[in-house]
Design a protein around this ligand. Structure first.
Ligand code: CUA
Length: 418
């Protein structure tokens, strides 16, 4: 039997198939090398969605847990694998031992106590660290220095941010895609959703938290430095889940106050006879049933049509509230555009609206989005089977002149002071 086996091994070694096996091994080695190189490229510059580059208190608390756990797990990994390799090589079947039965060992008390107690101690250590970190992350921090709360509302497929200044239960203004926060202050977030379950994740500032319809869940984050921190929805929520992004934008407390003061104002009504005014007309006739612009359309879904109405209703917009979130809005299914041009990204934070360095408006993106939204991300804006209302921005078939006017109007949407 064994002669037969050894003969077979020799025969295979001489066969061309054996060369083939050697070649396969070479390729596997090369592939491993390339994969390691690729992994080495996972620096935070090119992969901003990393948990390993904390920029805030909560994410630092997570990092302080991850690093020691990773080191302990690494030591265990190396120890186990070296042990397995050693045993496999040291006690392998040698030539002439084919019919021997190995010595059977069992009931070594010291060994068994050892491999029960040591893992138990390791697990207990990790449990203590994990529970302590969870307590830190779940304790609502004292943010009386800047007393406000942000209600984060997930929608297919973008994020809405409702600011409640003074935390008196009323929404003071609404924005989308970019959540502006002050540095050095823990910011209270309450998450919910308007449709399906989403998950809010700004890895530089905190871990993930589900945003589920009909539920309110708490999260806090504190940025230590100014900057733009990208995030991604991390709960599969339909067609454009992978394209549902957002930014936390940390400003100095003084800049934050200035930003808040700007957001609290109504949008300007452009003078009659201008392209901007024609754009406003295009907005009220085509966009105002879904999008709210404070100072333009009322939350009861009645677009204002005449100049007199514009002026008369300019300060009476904040009278209605969404039954879902308490937010003043029209349909509540589309981003609030009041001060659109204070943001740098749009379409679920996926596309550039303005250049971050120069502030220049990306007219191509804005026109293209209005012309044919489905060029920009997968959506189902028309009702389909099992989808009564559709999801996403519909194609509204404006003329090129109307698009030019609309873009001219949208470009004015920033507070006077900004
Ligand atoms: Cu929202 Cu995935």
């Amino acid at each position: 039997m064994s002669d037969q086996f050894n003969g077979e091994v020799e025969r295979r070694k001489m066969s061309p198939k054996y060369d083939h096996l050697k070649r396969v091994r070479k390729y596997v080695t090369m592939l491993l090398g390339v994969s390691l190189l690729a992994l080495a490229g996972c620096g935070s510059e090119r992969t901003p969605l990393t948990t390993l580059d904390p920029r805030g208190e909560a994410s630092q608390a997570i990092q302080n847990l991850v690093v020691p756990v990773f080191i302990v797990a690494g030591i265990v990994f190396v120890f186990i694998n070296v042990g397995v390799l050693y045993v496999a090589v040291r006690f392998r079947r040698r030539k002439g031992e084919e019919n021997e039965f190995p010595e059977q060992v069992h009931g070594n008390t010291k060994l068994e106590l050892g491999w029960t107690i040591i893992p138990a101690l390791i697990m207990a250590g990790i449990a203590v660290g994990t529970v302590a970190t969870l307590v830190t992350l779940n304790t609502e921090p004292d943010n009386t220095a800047k007393d406000f709360e942000v209600r984060v509302v997930g929608q297919q497929w973008w994020w809405q941010f409702e600011y409640d200044l003074g935390r008196d239960g009323t929404v003071d203004f609404v924005t989308a895609s970019e959540m502006v926060i002050p540095t050095g202050v823990p910011v209270d977030l309450t998450m919910t959703s308007r449709d399906v379950i989403h998950s809010f994740w700004i890895p530089a500032l905190n871990g993930k938290k589900d945003a589920a319809p009909g539920r309110l869940s708490k999260l806090w984050m504190q940025a230590e430095e100014e900057g733009r921190f990208i995030g991604q929805c991390t709960e599969f929520c339909g067609l454009s889940h992978a394209y549902m992004r957002m930014y936390a934008v940390a400003k100095s407390p003084a800049d934050f106050d200035k930003w808040v003061a700007g957001q609290m104002t109504n949008a300007k009504i452009p003078a009659a006879g201008t392209a901007e005014r024609r754009g406003l007309d295009a907005f009220t006739n085509n966009c105002a049933y879904c999008h709210l612009i404070s100072g333009v359309n009322t939350p009861d879904c009645t677009p204002i049509q005449t100049e007199a109405e514009y002026d008369a209703k300019a300060n009476t917009c904040w009278v209605g509230a969404s039954p879902y979130t308490g937010a003043p809005q029209v349909s509540g299914m589309a981003p609030n555009l009041t001060h659109l041009m204070t943001r740098y990204v749009f379409v679920g934070a996926l596309y550039e609206l303005r250049n971050v360095d120069t502030g220049e408006i990306n007219v191509n993106n804005l026109e293209g989005w209005i012309r044919n939204p489905e060029d920009f991300k997968p959506m189902a804006p028309e009702p389909t089977r099992g989808n009564t209302y559709g999801r996403g921005m519909p194609k509204i078939n404006l003329t090129e002149d109307q698009i030019d006017d609309l873009v001219a109007y949208l470009s004015t949407l920033a507070p006077t002071s900004a």
